[in-house]
Design a protein around this ligand. Structure first.
Ligand code: ATP
Length: 463
């Protein structure tokens, strides 16, 4: 028996037993530049494509498509795509889909910014590869949270609407404890539960041919979910080739090498460092006097937070609960979500938020990644994300990857969004400065004492 430290979904480390501020902004910097879905579809951001077969020219038109029709998809899947309103592939889909769907299947490590359509790329691959007449698990997809697993499942269901695909979850408290045999073709879940089902032989892996990791850098990070993900992979049969697909908006250097080992000989689509975050998210900061002042400012922002929908990120679960209880007691309508709540409650909270019945969600890193809710036009980093939520020890450096994912909950698929960082002392101010440097994007100051100015600037940024 060994005791190891592992990170739970909120980013908290738990033991487990197992075998110079940005200069004030000028008004012209806020002048609206109108990004739109069509901007995203014709986006010019650069990706580097490296093919597993070095003899092939990645710039050949064979390795890029301008329409879904060119992919030679099963007509039922094409119908599903069109019913979802997907008329044209996005940049990442354009590049990734021909590589993902070609035969023989080749591994893929794919990177593109948050909200640019990675999910559809791997979901379409799973749906294209499974044999609908075979009642056996054939594609496994792992995600870091139950919320994301449920969202991926909803994309599979929508895209596969005109097929006979059968699906099953591998998330906590979903299957009855006495379930014996999963016959669905596509299984989506979190690594611990997936492993549990495999070990108990409820999930037969003999016919698995596609293995997908969404938020792959997070899933492979040795300080995160890496151990469990590796265990799942090692359980898969070695006899037949399995297509391994890794996608994320971020691949920090420390996991890149491991990703290449995990998905050997992969085709790779990578982003330049300066393209990590999308331009349609306007980033601001507010200089608060102290912790208590952060709360007051959040309350004063309430009206703006509810123009669309907003997500407020805190470092700790207790902060999320405390703020939400205080705001509720003061007559505001807010919800809080984190990994300490039970499964049914978590599902109910995210569903209410997704349906727009709650407009403000206060949460931890548990939903920093992947969650796609178009109406979210504001993200507040009440606490900046820090490395010590991710790695062992008291590392107080800002967590750049988590920052990119958090602000990426807004500005989905070319829409406009704004993010606001609260800083309240020299330390947090310096942390924010490091984020600004790492991303090479200006984070603009908004005064905390002029609500009208704040409102004007924010509305302008969202126009
Ligand atoms: N080709 C398309 N046409 C229209 N909408 C699309 C297309 N592809 C994806 N979308 C929509 O774009 C939104 C963002 O897509 P998705 O959630 O897959 O982004 P992502 O790249 O996985 O983001 P993240 O890095 O945050 O996980 C979704 O609402 C999806 O339905």
């Amino acid at each position: 028996m060994s005791i190891s430290l592992s990170k739970d979904e909120d980013g908290f480390i738990t033991p487990s037993v197992s075998a110079t501020p940005a200069s004030p902004q000028k008004d012209e910097e806020l002048a609206p530049k109108q990004p739109s879905t069509s901007d995203l579809l014709t986006s010019t951001f650069e990706v580097t494509v490296t093919l597993a077969d070095q003899q092939i020219n990645p710039n050949s038109p064979l390795y890029s498509v301008k329409s879904f029709q060119e992919l030679g998809l099963n007509p039922d899947l094409l119908k599903g795509l069109l019913a979802m309103g997907f008329d044209q592939p996005s940049k990442i889909q354009e590049k990734a889909l021909p590589l993902l769907l070609s035969d023989p299947p080749t591994n893929m490590i794919g990177q593109s910014q948050s909200g640019t359509g990675k999910t559809a790329a791997f979901v379409l691959t799973m749906l294209s590869r499974v044999d609908y007449d075979l009642q056996k698990p054939q594609a496994l997809c792992l995600a870091p949270s139950r919320e994301l697993a449920r969202q991926i499942m909803s994309v599979i269901t929508a895209m596969g609407k005109y097929t006979n695909v059968q699906t099953e979850y591998a998330i906590k408290d979903n299957l009855p404890r006495d379930a014996t045999n999963i016959t669905a073709q596509i299984i989506v879940g979190t690594p611990g539960t997936m492993m549990d089902l495999m070990r108990r032989k409820v999930l037969d892996v003999t016919h698995v041919k596609v293995f997908v990791l969404d938020e792959a850098d997070n899933m492979l990070d040795q300080d995160g979910l890496g151990d469990q993900t590796l265990r799942v992979k090692n359980f898969l049969p070695k006899r037949q080739p399995i297509q391994i697909i890794l996608f994320s908006a971020t691949f920090p250097d420390n996991v890149r090498a491991f990703a290449s080992k995990f998905a050997p000989n992969a085709n790779k689509i990578e982003l330049q460092k300066e393209e990590l975050s999308v331009d349609n998210i306007r980033q601001f900061y507010m200089d608060c006097k102290n912790e208590e002042h952060k709360y007051d400012i959040l309350v004063s922002l309430y009206q703006l937070l509810t123009i669309g929908q907003s997500i407020i990120f805190t470092q700790h679960r207790h902060t999320a609960d405390r703020i939400s209880q205080r705001m509720t007691a003061e007559g505001h309508k807010v919800a809080s979500l984190h990994g300490a709540k039970d499964a049914a409650e978590r599902d109910a909270i995210i569903d209410r938020f997704r349906e727009g019945r709650d407009k403000v969600l206060i949460t931890t890193n548990v939903i920093a990644r992947g969650i796609d809710i178009m109406q979210v036009n504001m993200v507040v980093n009440y606490d900046l994300p820090l490395m010590n939520e991710r790695v062992k020890g008291g590392d107080e450096r800002p967590d750049i990857e988590t920052y990119i994912h958090r602000i990426g909950r807004t500005g989905r698929f070319g829409r406009r969004g704004i993010s606001i960082n609260f800083v309240h002392d020299k330390k947090t101010w310096l942390q924010m400065e490091q984020i600004e440097k790492a991303l090479g994007k200006k984070i603009m100051r908004i005064e905390t004492n002029d609500l009208d100015e704040m409102e004007t600037k924010m509305k302008q940024a969202l126009k």
